[in-house]
Design a protein around this ligand. Structure first.
Ligand code: TYC
Length: 103
């Protein structure tokens, strides 16, 4: 006679985890020196926002200290951060842009 004492009769099923590539938030940080118009230009140029959207987000960063300006794959997020940092540095503005893994 076989020992089936561990059989609870409960049927379990392993749920396959859906693999999604990680996404990265690109954050823009406030500072006291970068001109507002420059930040608006950055958002239009690198994040495809309209002038009105850019102005709105710039004000959020100005008032709250930072804002998420986009969510991308790792590679695209890195490119956005580099583009903003290079452009700001070239114009001698201390504007800071960083990325952070979502969740
Ligand atoms: N605080 C800046 C000023 O008063 C404007 C600013 C907004 C700077 C957003 C950076 O990410 C920034 N000129």
């Amino acid at each position: 006679q076989s020992d089936d004492s561990t059989d609870t009769g409960v049927i379990t099923k392993t749920k396959p985890k859906t693999q999604r590539p990680p996404r990265y938030k690109v954050l823009l940080l406030n500072d006291d020196y970068t001109p507002m118009e420059f930040v608006v230009m950055v958002l239009e140029r690198f994040f495809g926002m309209t002038h009105a959207e850019s102005f709105e987000i710039m004000l959020v960063v100005h008032k709250k200290g930072l804002a998420v300006v986009g969510v991308y794959s790792h590679e695209i997020a890195e490119t956005k951060v580099s583009q903003v940092m290079d452009f700001a540095r070239r114009q001698q503005h201390p504007l800071q842009c960083t990325m952070e893994k979502e969740e």
